[in-house]
Design a protein around this ligand. Structure first.
Ligand code: URP
Ligand code: ZN
Ligand code: ZN
Length: 472
């Protein structure tokens, strides 16, 4: 009661009535319904006066337990979704992996086995297609029935997940035919691998050189190529983890031509930079500390204006949403695998717990509006990936996934402070947020309150998704 309900469409002071797992009404404050005084006739009243009531966050890009770089991402579905809950995220869409040579059905089944019964919040899957061939193309026909309406291809990582242009063309033809959204990791992997090898051979082995090898030209080129093949085939294209301003320009140009081309960025590309990664050095790790921020696409140079361009694109809708690409690895025994050779550092940053806070900071600093905050972190992810109606808005009929966010609260991010991800460090150490997740409800169950996490493993259910609701 009494909070400011924030939806993508605007704000209103309203009470929100929840029955069972659903929102059943959004009402003028203190109103009676059919002559019944609500405050006197409900099981519980939560006072949200002075606070925002928002739809639970949807993180549409996570990698729990991803096998990568000779190790596995350190958050399980249990630990990762619990951290999500702490941070006001009540749905995730993780990437089920089909490895090259494996059947898509088997890759998907193994992902269901990892997640089922372990999640604190609801979860869906995208399908990584690690090898496009006649078998995986056939298997893609049944993905929609499985509630999986998007798949990811990689133009990077030759020898791991890579698709060449011929494979991309075939998969995009399938995408156009079925309505599955093609998600693209757009970096020119073969060229990057040559650059990385050359750097390594000249003694440039520290984490910083990961970002030098993965130059923005490699992102712009791959983004352009993906857009052109999508243009030719008619596939809807969603470019993941966009970090280069030149890649955004490619996306914006395609959108200006009326194409179904979309893009996400991630908090790391809004806040962190290659320069800070270069300057990082700790007593424990020396210049290897930079490994904490090794991810792909990489952090970009701040003087080149990439971070500012990402914020601007979020305002102008050249980019439509913010996901984390949560792919955590510990420094000890994981990132450490790449000491002396940046190519062997497992790629990824853990941010699932902090996305709502970090993006709210954009409201505080005047980079985005309050409704846009909700749109970027919940409403558009829901529409883009076929969850809208159930998720993404505080409206009657929706799942009661609600967050009470206190704009006068404070959150100090750091390993010894707010940190529930299964990692031995925070990539966000020292970030101070003018705002706080006070209370979180998932499908009608309170999972975070003033005492902390009160949810349960297994509460989260698999989300069978509809086709994208964002396309024409
Ligand atoms: O560095 C990253 N992004 N790791 C996760 C895998 C991917 O490419 O999304
Ligand atoms: Zn990727
Ligand atoms: Zn990813």
């Amino acid at each position: 009661t009494g909070g400011t309900v924030v939806n993508a469409t605007g704000t209103a002071t309203a009470d929100v009535l929840v029955d069972g797992e659903n929102i059943v009404a959004v009402l003028a404050p203190g109103s009676a319904l059919l002559g019944v005084d609500l405050a006197q006739n409900v099981d519980a009243v939560v006072d949200a006066t002075g606070k925002y009531v928002i739809p639970g966050g949807i993180d549409a890009h996570t990698h729990m337990e991803l096998p990568f770089g000779g190790t596995n991402a350190s958050d399980t579905f249990e630990t990762g979704t619990r951290a999500a809950a702490w941070g006001g995220t009540t749905s995730i869409i993780d990437f089920a992996v089909q490895r090259y040579g494996e059947r898509v059905e088997d890759g998907l089944a193994s992902w269901h086995a990892k997640a089922a019964g372990n999640c604190a919040v609801d979860y869906g899957f995208h399908q990584i297609i690690g090898g496009v061939d006649e078998f995986s193309l056939k298997a893609m026909d049944s993905l929609i029935d499985e509630g999986i309406t998007s798949f990811k291809l990689f133009m990077a990582y030759p020898g791991v997940f890579y698709s060449d242009d011929a494979q991309i063309l075939k998969a995009m033809q399938k995408s156009a035919e079925t309505g599955l959204v093609t998600m693209m990791h757009a970096e020119n992997g073969p060229a990057i691998d040559v650059l990385a090898q050359q750097l390594y051979e000249t003694g440039k082995t520290s984490p910083y050189f990961h970002g030098i090898a993965r130059a923005w030209q490699m992102e712009e080129e791959a983004t352009h190529r993906a857009i052109m093949i999508a243009d030719l085939t008619g596939a809807p294209l969603y470019v993941v983890h966009v970090s280069a301003k030149q890649a955004v320009e490619q996306i914006a140009a395609a959108r200006d031509r009326g194409r179904n081309v979309f893009g996400e960025t991630c908090p790391q590309y809004l806040y962190l930079s290659l320069e800070e990664q270069l300057g990082a050095s700790s007593p424990e790790w020396g210049d290897f500390e930079g490994a904490k921020w090794v991810c792909s696409t990489p952090l970009r140079s701040r003087p080149e204006g990439h971070q500012d361009a990402m914020w601007q694109a979020l305002r102008t809708n050249d980019l439509q949403m913010v996901s984390t690409d949560h792919c955590p690895f510990c420094m000890k025994e994981q990132k450490e695998l790449g000491r002396g050779d940046f190519r062997a550092i497992p790629n990824g940053i853990g941010s699932i717990e902090h996305r709502m806070d970090l993006m709210y900071q954009g409201v505080v600093t005047g980079q985005i509006s309050l409704p846009r905050w909700v749109e970027l972190t919940s409403t558009t992810p829901a529409r883009m990936f076929g969850l809208y109606g159930r998720k993404g808005a505080v409206q009657p009929g929706a799942d009661a996934d609600l967050v009470i966010y206190d704009p006068s609260g404070h959150t100090s991010i750091g390993y010894e402070k707010t940190h529930h991800m299964n990692m031995d460090h925070s990539a966000w150490e020292g970030y101070e947020i003018d705002g706080h997740v006070d209370w979180v409800m998932s499908r009608g169950s309170v999972i975070v309150d003033e005492s902390g996490y009160v949810g349960s493993k297994g509460h989260g259910q698999f989300l069978k998704r509809d086709l994208s609701q964002y396309l024409l």
